[in-house]
Design a protein around this ligand. Structure first.
Ligand code: FES
Length: 605
């Protein structure tokens, strides 16, 4: 060996000195029954990657690499890693990247939600297993940020979310378009014969013109904003476009902060309090956020040891009554994430919401939200106020997201009132047109003989957490073509599934218990039953005699037992991850997480 490159004898191999195993490379050693040997081996292997003793003595900042060519929402991850590493190294840390699962909405069959819990387990276990003092979690596409927050909170080592940022909008005939509200609007127009196959093909090439997450207030944008409200990311980090230099500077700053957070040992369960989550719900309502975020928030809260079970759907509804919709973005409004960013983004919104926030909630910086706002003032300007409305002139007065209850959804259901295209339908009763599952829907929805009118209530069963499985985003039941051709744009539609955060309409979702549960009332709805939605009173009722409901449930249970199904869940046991999923996933109001992953151990094996 060249003597100039020789490292001096290393005290790590001194058998008379116990290894200080709380930080850096010395933590979490593999079990060989001899900790000095474990460290000796670990160093031998990491030196194969060219790391020297000086580098290995630094605080280790893990960087989760979720790049995948199947995930264009994460196309900029390599550049973000480079920038984050720069921030780590300039501040005396050692950055080491490692992969986890990456999920994209369109490349995860049957649905990305089915794999969210798997990604959260991957994230948790790799953070827990590897010698990291802090971890930068790069995510973005809808399910990735929730999965990382769930896993990061469960692992409870210092974690810093870093989102990939929204894509830019595209253009069609001079009109801006963007994934994915305009994917759905234009597809509905195509189905109704309003645009032809040439135009829909052109639109297809413009809906996602750059890498990055969907450019409206869909689930990805909602989760990015919520992560800021939780105090886990700085104000400027939710909205900077994926392809902007600002996004790279956010990454570099996150790298720098990670070294400080590692040295302060600032763990997520210490940073996050009940008030942090209440702030997140305030922001969720003010941005007219995705209904999916409600499910994710419940799962995230329930991963926190001190908070599991402390916040329920009721909090979403109660907070909503006092929080107006302020941000004018699709699908509730008209604009795109780039507009929100240019208007001041989350910094401007948090200043606007200041009277409604819990300012004493801590942030990852070590300061409170109130202190952070004091340190970064924002003065609204005319353009800003047109995108981020003042409290005195909201886009929608309150309750953009409403929680429903009633005999049809004893454990809750959700409707995004602000995204209704026909507000009359928020107070409506009509006869059910029932589709037993997505295959039934596909077969009959456009059948000219389907008995349906604009006042019917379209019901889709078997798309709950267990039923499909993974609770697919099939809740936006298409308007039957014969009604679409007559100009019907919206109907009351209800299901036990989800819808994309980018979608709109009068759509009741997340009905619990879902139809796949044997004693679900939703599971026994029949064609012609009258269903009543009263959003004002938060009611969702099946207008069928209680005795008749009981009798139908009894009959259904007997049938299921005869067919060899488990008594509680209507689904048959399956092998592998699907078997685990169907047997252990909980219902939407609890987060559709695996019961054994809850922090309070409810349902632990
Ligand atoms: Fe990735 Fe919409 S598909 S954010």
């Amino acid at each position: 060996m060249d003597s100039d490159l020789r490292e001096p004898p290393n005290s790590d191999y001194d058998l008379s000195t116990p290894i200080n195993s709380s930080t850096g490379l010395r933590q979490g050693l593999a079990s060989y029954g001899d900790s000095h040997f474990s460290l000796f081996l670990r160093k031998a292997f990491i030196k194969a990657a060219g790391f020297g003793e000086d580098a290995l003595s630094r605080p280790i900042i893990g960087i989760i690499n979720t790049f995948s060519q199947f995930n264009p929402c994460h196309a900029n991850v390599p550049q973000l890693i480079e920038a984050a590493k720069r921030g780590v190294h300039l501040n005396g840390g050692l950055a080491i990247e490692f992969p986890t699962i990456s999920l994209h909405e369109s490349f995860s069959s049957p649905t990305s939600m089915y794999l969210r819990n798997l990604m959260s387990m991957d994230t948790e276990e790799m953070i827990a297993a590897q010698p990291v003092d802090a971890v930068i979690m790069i995510g973005g596409c809808d399910k990735t940020v929730p999965a990382q927050l769930m896993g990061g909170i469960s692992a409870n080592k210092p974690v810093l979310p870093l989102v990939t940022g929204p894509m830019m909008p595209g253009s069609n005939k001079g009109t801006r378009i963007g994934a994915c509200t305009d994917c759905r609007n234009n597809w509905a127009a195509y189905r109704a014969g309003e645009i032809d196959i040439e135009e829909i093909s052109d639109i297809n090439s413009e809906l996602a013109p750059t890498g990055g997450t969907c450019g409206v207030m869909g689930t990805a944008s909602t989760m990015a904003c919520i992560t800021v409200a939780l105090g886990m990311m700085p104000f400027n980090s939710a909205t900077a476009p994926a392809v902007s230099s600002a996004r790279l500077r956010v990454a570099e700053a996150t790298g720098a902060r990670a070294v400080e957070v590692a040295s302060a040992k600032r763990k997520p369960q210490d940073v996050l309090s009940k008030e942090s989550f209440l702030n997140a719900i305030v922001v969720l309502q003010a941005i007219g956020g995705s209904t999916n975020a409600i499910v994710h928030l419940m799962a995230i809260i329930n991963r926190h040891t001190a908070l599991a079970g402390s916040i329920t759907l009721n909090a979403i509804d109660e907070i909503g009554r006092n929080v107006p919709l302020l941000v004018d973005l699709k699908p509730s409004g008209d604009n795109y994430m780039t507009d929100f960013h240019n208007a001041g983004g989350m910094l401007a919104l948090m200043h606007t919401l200041r009277p409604l926030l819990y300012l004493e909630a801590k942030t990852i910086s070590g300061k409170t939200i109130g202190e952070e706002l004091d340190a970064t003032p924002f003065k609204s300007f005319p353009y800003s106020a047109s995108i981020i409305r003042p409290l005195s002139n909201p886009l929608y007065p309150d309750s953009s997201l409403i929680v429903l209850q009633g005999n049809l959804a004893p454990n809750g259901a959700v409707v995004k009132a602000s995204a209704s295209k026909n507000r009359r339908l928020l107070s409506h009763s009509g006869p059910a047109v029932v589709f037993e599952n997505t295959a039934d829907l596909a077969e009959r929805i456009d059948d000219p003989k389907l008995e349906v009118s604009k006042d019917s209530v379209l019901v889709l069963k078997s798309i709950g957490p267990i039923g499909n499985p993974g609770m697919p985003e099939a809740g936006v039941i298409p308007i039957p073509r014969k009604l679409g051709n007559q100009g019907v744009k919206d109907m009351l539609r209800i299901s036990d599934g989800r819808m994309s955060g980018t979608a709109g309409g009068t759509i009741v979702l997340h009905i619990s218990p879902e139809s796949a549960v044997a004693d679900s009332v939703f599971g026994i709805v029949e064609n012609g039953d009258v269903i009543q939605l009263d959003a004002e009173k938060r009611g969702l009722m099946l207008m069928v005699d209680e005795k008749e409901i009981e009798s139908r449930i009894k009959k259904r249970k007997e049938l299921l037992v005869d067919q060899g199904f488990a008594a509680g869940r209507a689904s048959k046991p399956k092998r592998g991850y699907r078997g685990l999923y169907e047997s252990r996933v909980n219902q939407a109001e609890l987060g559709a997480d695996f019961d054994f992953l809850r922090a309070d151990g409810a349902g632990a094996i």
